[in-house]
Design a protein around this ligand. Structure first.
Ligand code: GDP
Ligand code: MG
Length: 362
């Protein structure tokens, strides 16, 4: 199964690569946070999951498998990227391939120069988003030219798509990104098919340092993001990277001294995961405890198909135990006795936290 991916995006020198290596180093060091580096710019990170940890503790399986997320450190975009400036088209292409975006904003002052010689995350946010919008406008302009011809034949679908695209063009021209949650399913389907960067789920990463910008500026930035109905996490990128070699106890003291919690990275991973409208179900046995992610509102056979296509083809039923019951009772026999194992058919919608055993016929 391929992992979902998150691109780390932003202007040069805002701390993207620092955060990328903090992610992977944290993984290497803590052990409960494993990762694999595929490429200097690509790493696959396990999604921290307290429920899975508990299941595993209860069953002591031979193997525990988390769901994973792929992070891609995408080189800095510059002003004019959508016009090809600074290899812009290549980097924008990299962004088009990911499922979600972590947009890093520099909130620290430093000797290291910022591309615009001054630190102003709100300005940076607008610059990057404008490039994303412009890049999508190029795609939409091409598409609408094609549709103009087809639509003359009176094809209803083309006319509908034409109207949506016109709406999107108007929006992007104002420099605002596309918020999928503002649209109904018919619109969403078409918008998703266009694979627009400016419609990808985005989390802003406020990257702080010792020498951070003043509180007023930070507050303004947070309000700005919140007013757009978007979300952010706060990270001390350099610090989280530098304490990688510390002992666990030493690390705690250090973080306390700086009055920060070490969960900036965990928060980022979990938020990306939630933002993608995913839920987690589990398979739990003595051999393996495993977390699986599926799109919200998926039915049981689709969930079975995540594990193996044969499970989906030959689906008979799903035996479902709620996570809470699984943890509360001593063993499955007891859960059965209490009538808490439910047999569900092909129309059952998998719920977050379900522990599922699929029955199938090959
Ligand atoms: N003071 C401080 N410096 C940082 C922080 N994060 C990154 N840097 C420094 O800023 C420079 C650029 O960071 P880098 O991660 O390479 O930025 P990128 O171009 O966005 O990938 C490097 O010299 C980092 O050490 C931070 O949180 N605080
Ligand atoms: Mg970099």
């Amino acid at each position: 199964m391929s992992s979902l991916s998150c691109g780390i995006v932003g202007l040069p020198n805002v701390g993207k690569s620092t955060i990328f290596s903090a992610l992977t180093n944290a993984a290497a060091e803590s052990g409960n946070f494993p990762f694999t580096t595929i490429d200097p710019n690509i790493a696959i990170v396990d999604v921290p999951d307290l429920r899975l940890n508990k299941l595993s503790k209860k069953l002591s399986p031979e193997k525990t498998v988390h769901t994973s997320l792929k992070f891609v450190d995408i080189a800095g975009l510059v002003k004019g990227a959508s016009e090809g400036e600074g290899l812009g088209n290549k980097f924008l292409g990299n962004i088009r391939e990911v499922d979600a975006i972590a947009h890093v904003l520099r909130c620290f002052e430093d000797d290291v120069t910022h591309v615009f010689d001054s630190v102003d995350p709100k300005r940076d946010l607008d610059i990057i988003n404008l490039e994303l919008c412009l890049s999508d406008l190029q795609i939409l302009d091409k598409r609408i030219l094609k549709l103009e011809k087809i639509k003359k034949s009176g094809d209803k679908e083309s006319i509908f798509e034409y109207e949506i695209i016109q709406e999107l063009i108007n929006l992007l021209n104002t420099g605002e990104k596309i918020n999928l949650s503002n649209y109904d399913d018919n619109h969403k389907k078409i918008i998703s098919s266009l694979n627009l960067i400016s419609a990808k789920p985005t989390i802003y990463v406020l990257n702080f340092g010792n020498n951070q910008i003043n509180d007023q500026k930070i507050k303004e930035l947070k309000d700005y993001i919140t007013n757009k109905n978007e979300t952010f996490v706060e990270i001390h990128g350099l610090l989280e990277k530098e304490i990688k070699d510390f002992e666990e106890a030493e690390k705690k003291v250090f973080l306390k001294e700086y009055e920060i919690n070490s969960t900036g990275l965990n928060q980022l991973i979990n938020k990306v995961f939630n933002y993608l409208d995913l839920i987690t179900f589990y398979t739990a046995g003595e051999k393996e405890c495993r977390a699986w992610s599926i799109i919200k509102d998926s039915k049981a056979p689709e969930a079975a198909g995540k594990i193996h296509t044969d499970f989906q083809k030959g689906f008979i039923k799903a035996e479902v135990i709620k996570y809470k019951d699984f943890i509360e009772y001593k063993n499955e026999e007891e859960i059965k006795k209490m009538g808490l194992v439910k047999f569900e058919g092909k129309d059952y919608i998998i719920k977050d936290g379900d522990i599922v055993h699929f029955r199938y016929n090959l």
